[in-house]
Design a protein around this ligand. Sequence first.
Ligand SMILES: Nc1ncnc2c1ncn2[C@@H]1O[C@H](COP(=O)(O)OP(=O)(O)OP(=O)(O)O)[C@@H](O)[C@H]1O
Ligand SMILES: [Mg+2]
Length: 320
Amino acid sequence: MKGRNPKIIVVGGTYIDMSIKCSQIPVVGQYVIGSTLSYSISGPGPVQSVQAALCGCEVSLISKIGSGSFAKMILEGLAEYNINTDYVQCVKAKNTGVHVTMINSEGENAGCLYSGANSALVPMDITTADEAIAEADVCLIHGELPQETIVEAIRCAKLHGTKTILDPARPLEQKEDGCGELPAEYFAVDVIIPNLSEAADITDQTSVGLRNGKLIGSDLIARGVKHAVITMGKRGCLVVNRNGADNIPAFEVELVNQSGRGDAFNGALAAYYAIKDDIHGAVKFASAAGALTCTKFGLLEALPTKADIIQVLQEHDTDH
Ligand SMILES: Nc1ncnc2c1ncn2[C@@H]1O[C@H](COP(=O)(O)OP(=O)(O)OP(=O)(O)O)[C@@H](O)[C@H]1O
Ligand SMILES: [Mg+2]
């Protein structure tokens, strides 16, 4: 029997995000005036970790950052949410990853990502955390990292019987031109959470239509995944497993800023799935977290607590 509080170990990239609110996203050669600047810790590592912690989990993060003032800000910020940073390594040779995001008045965004130290997270960094992975209920992995490191995390978690959840995202190595062929280990996980276009890339489907989602999900299951959760933004998501495919509608919310929605969804899903092997319950819980995150400006401060999520679920109980 593992610990009383759910324990989650997150493997994910860490960034400093500079988000600027502006009337429109500029085109080449154009400069626009920004109205709000938020300067915060971001990336799938911290956001998924904080979301799981806000859902009552004990969370450890495996990640790599630089060594300057950004690193200090990250370590102090994560400590405020009680995230264990023993496996967040500060390296002198690399800069901390940086995200520059512009958000227009409709809440749409565009930006640039500099991966920095995240591209130096190597399999040895996973091996170092072997004991923590063994003790965790769930190992939640985000795919925007070197592939061999992700493979090692999946291998290590499976060896210890820790549940595995993978958001394949876009591999760091092929950020611009699709996923390419993914290692077989990616399909040995309990839950895979791509969005629809990522799922289409992984399975070599050219059409990303809603109807194709079930086909794509079945393909992922045929490759060995236990549950495929294909997210589709405000169109909700599709849960596919050996029992069939189900559409889980999104909660209707007023969109303010969609940054972090996918990571909030993942963190909340991991928190629920750590306690209960109920994928549909976990996806509903996660959908509420993803939707609530869209209702606030900011990143970590936009993430909902477990109580916020439960309140939304209760309010919509009759509709879902
Ligand atoms: N506008 C929205 N309204 C309500 N729920 C939303 C909205 N956007 C996202 N969600 C919820 O969050 C889930 C994940 O969102 P989405 O499919 O956009 O992830 P993503 O494309 O991986 O995002 P990210 O770029 O943050 O990783 C959705 O399946 C849905 O449940
Ligand atoms: Mg995503």
